[in-house]
Write a protein that binds this ligand. Sequence first.
Ligand code: FAD
Length: 456
Amino acid sequence: MASSTSIKSRHVAVIGAGAAGLVAARELRREGHSVVVFERQKEVGGTWIYTDHVESDPLSVNPTRLVVHSSVYDSLRTNLPRECMGFRDFPFAIRSGESRDPRRFPSHGEVLAYLQDFSKEFGIEELIRFETTVVRVSPAAKTDGGERIGNWRIESTEKEKKSHHRDEIYDAVVVCNGHYIEPRLAEIPGISSWPGEEMHSHNYRLPQPFKDQVVVLIGNSSSGDDISRDIAGFAKEVHVASWSNPADTYIKQTGHNNLWMHSMIERVLENGSVVFQNGKTILAHVIMHCTGYKYDFSFLDTNGSVTVDDNRVGPLYKHIFPPALAPSLSFVGIPCKVIPFPMFELQSKWIAGVLSGLIKLPSVDDMLMEIKNLYATLEGEGVPKRYTHSLGINHFEYNDWFASEYGCSGTEEWRKEMFLTSFMRKMEHPETYRDEWEDHHHLVAQAYQDFSLYIS
Ligand code: FAD
C-alpha cells in the first residue's frame, strides 16, 4: 500500500456503459478519479438492450455491415438466479413495479431495468457521453511545456454529428466494450456449395420464422440450449450438433418429438444434406452457429503490446493489465464462464486502487512471468489458447484475490452455492431449472439477510 499522501487522481476514459462500464465508472469515481464514459448506444445496459433489429449479414462476417450490439433474443431469461447474478452492494432483488419481472430467473428486460436502476442510484449517467463511438485509442504523444500529459489519445465520433470528431488525452483507459458481438463460426466441410441458409445466434430473435423448417444448430452452450427449445415449438425438426458429444451420439430430447442431439457435423452436401459424425443424414433448411464470440478491440492501437491470438487476449496480468502498459490501460470483463457482475465490480475496485497508487502492481517482469506460467500450465493441461479466459469454478478464487488486495470481503458462501446448485440443475433439468427452486430456499434467505445491509 502507498501512503495516503501519494494517492493520485487520474483522468480516466471508460469505453462502454454496459454492466462492466457502469460499475467501473462508479468505482473509479469513488476512488477520486475523474471519469468520462463513452457509449455508442443511446442508453445504458449494453447487451441487455433488446432490439428487433438484426444485422444485414446473418452470419455477421461482412466487415462493412452495420453492427447491432445486442445478442439477446426475445424469450431470453437469465441463466443465473438473480440474487447470485447482481452486484455485491446493489442487490438484484425483487423490486415492485408494474413492469418488473419478479421471477428468480427473470427476462432480459428485468436485467436492463436493474442496470438502469444502478446507473440512476449512483449518478453514473452524468458521466456518460451517449451515442459517442470511440473510433481509435492510441498512445499519446501530447506534451505541455515539455512535460508529457496523459498516456492515451482517444478519438471519438458523435452520432448525428458526423463532423464532430473529438480528439482528447486521458491518463488511463478502461476498456469495457463487451465480447458478445463478433461471432465465431464453425468450419463445416462442403459449406461453400451447400444451398441452405446459414446464420449466427447473434442474429436470432424469434422462433416464428422457422415454422415448418428443418433447422440444425451447432453448439449446446447456453444460447444453443435455449434457442433449440425455442425453435422446436415451431420448426418441423431441430437437430443440435455438438463437438462435446461422442461420435455416436443420437438422442431424442425428452419433452420434444422433434428435437435431437447429435455429434458434430461431418460434412454438408450440394443437395442440402447435413451428414453428422454419427452417420445420420438429414435435409436441412437452416444451419445456425451457436458457437460463441471473438474478442475484438479494433479501435485499440497498442503497437502490438496487446494482441488477440485464437481468442487469447494478451499478455494480460490477471486478465486485466498488459504489463508493458500498466496501469494506464486495463480491461474489465475479459474472463468468461463466471458470474459476470460481481467479478466486474471486484476487478474495477482493484483497477481504481492501482490507478490511485493505493495498490501496487508487481514489476513488469514479475507480471510477465506470472502470465508465462499461466500459459505453460494451460498448455500442460492441453487447454487450447481460446479457453485462456474461461475461468469456470476457479473464478471464485480469482475474485477473492481482488477482494483481499482491495481489502473487502470475498465471495459470499451462499453465492457460491447458488451458482453451483443452479449449474447442476441446468445440466440435469434444462427445461425446468429456471422455474423449480424448491429445495434451496435457505440460500435465498441467506442472500436476503446480506441484502438487508443495502435495501430497506
Ligand atoms: P456489454 O453489455 O456488451 O456492454 C458493452 C458496451 O460497450 C455496449 O453498451 C456497447 O455499445 C459499448 N461499446 C462497445 N464498443 C464501443 C465503442 N467503440 N465506443 C463506445 N461504446 C462502445 N450474464 C449474466 O450474468 N447472466 C445471464 O443470464 C447472462 N446471459 C447472457 C445471454 C446472452 C445471449 C449473452 C450474449 C450474454 C449473457 N450474459 C449473462 C453475459 C453478459 O454479457 C454480461 O452479463 C454483461 O452484461 C456484459 O457486460 P459488458 O459491459 O462487459 O458488455
